[in-house]
Design a protein around this ligand. Structure first.
Ligand SMILES: [Zn+2]
Ligand SMILES: [Zn+2]
Length: 272
């Protein structure tokens, strides 16, 4: 039996003879059901009309995303360290070429995902690379396809290895997390932010939302908490959730000024 994938958010559901009646992720206010109605695909169908592309941003940091874009359109990031590789965030399409290429780059020791919109086909990736998937426990109710590889962490940070740390920021989702790698950007540090901190169109600022498609803002307190969560970490660069959304330099200061701008805006102040 196929495991159907929602074409709007990319989430894969367990075996079923017919497509699920609804996508719970899309029915919720942070996502949306397209006006044409919910439609479904499968991994086999995705493999026919899409391929994955790779972009090496810097040594040890490689983006992986589908062409043409699928569902939300995010790309994942392969972070390579001497102690093993982490896949940050996930995409629906996994195919033979992707498995071969990632294995040639050292395989995966773990997968970690920022929030439920990017859970996608995480169970397929975990099986292909025989590795665990780290998810924040606060969001476990949003797992649509349970799997023994899924492991849930609690609290504010989870240290992996070689300077890789998962940081819970909350905001967009209660368990919304980012990945910090101290070894990135020639040792100045990077943050892979998903859309927990979203790189704006100008690549000079970040923004923060409960829902991006439905334009639902977060409170000042929630956004200040995101700033506080990443404040103890050193980093030069932030990778957003699309291929081209990267803040190359001074990203730590960009977080500080972006939190201040957001809070001023939502409190009705100007002149930031
Ligand atoms: Zn969906
Ligand atoms: Zn999201």
């Amino acid at each position: 039996m196929p495991q159907f994938i929602c074409t709007a958010c990319g989430t894969q559901y367990p075996d079923s003879a017919a497509p699920p009646a609804q996508c719970l992720i899309c029915e919720e206010e942070r996502q949306y059901v397209p006006p044409r109605g919910q439609t479904w695909t499968t991994l086999d169908a995705l493999r026919i009309d899409r391929v994955n592309g790779f972009r090496q941003y810097e040594p040890g940091v490689t983006g992986i995303g589908s062409q043409p874009q699928f569902a939300i359109g995010q790309r994942a990031i392969l972070v390579q360290t001497p102690g093993g590789n982490v896949l940050w965030d996930c995409i629906s399409l996994i195919d033979d070429a992707t498995v071969s290429l990632v294995n040639d780059l050292g395989g995966l020791k773990a997968i970690a995902i920022s929030h439920p919109h990017f859970y996608t086909t995480m169970a397929e990736w975990a099986r292909a690379f025989d590795c665990p998937v780290h998810l924040h426990a606060a969001d476990r109710d949003w797992v649509m396809r349970p799997d023994p590889a899924l492991t849930f962490w609690d609290g504010e940070t989870l240290k992996l290895w070689d300077g890789v740390t998962l940081i819970r920021c909350g905001g967009h989702f209660p368990g919304g997390s980012v990945l910090h790698w101290a070894g990135g950007a020639e040792g100045r540090g990077i943050v892979c932010a998903g859309d927990i901190l979203t790189v704006a169109t100008d690549r000079k600022w970040l923004t923060f939302m409960r829902s991006y498609p439905n334009f639902i803002p977060l409170s000042a307190r929630e956004v200040e908490a995101i700033g506080k969560a990443v404040a103890p970490f050193a980093f030069e660069r932030i990778y957003g959730h699309y291929f081209d959304r990267v803040i190359e330099r001074n990203a730590k200061q960009v977080v500080e000024k972006s939190v201040a701008r957001y809070v001023a805006a939502i409190e009705g102040k100007r002149g930031y």
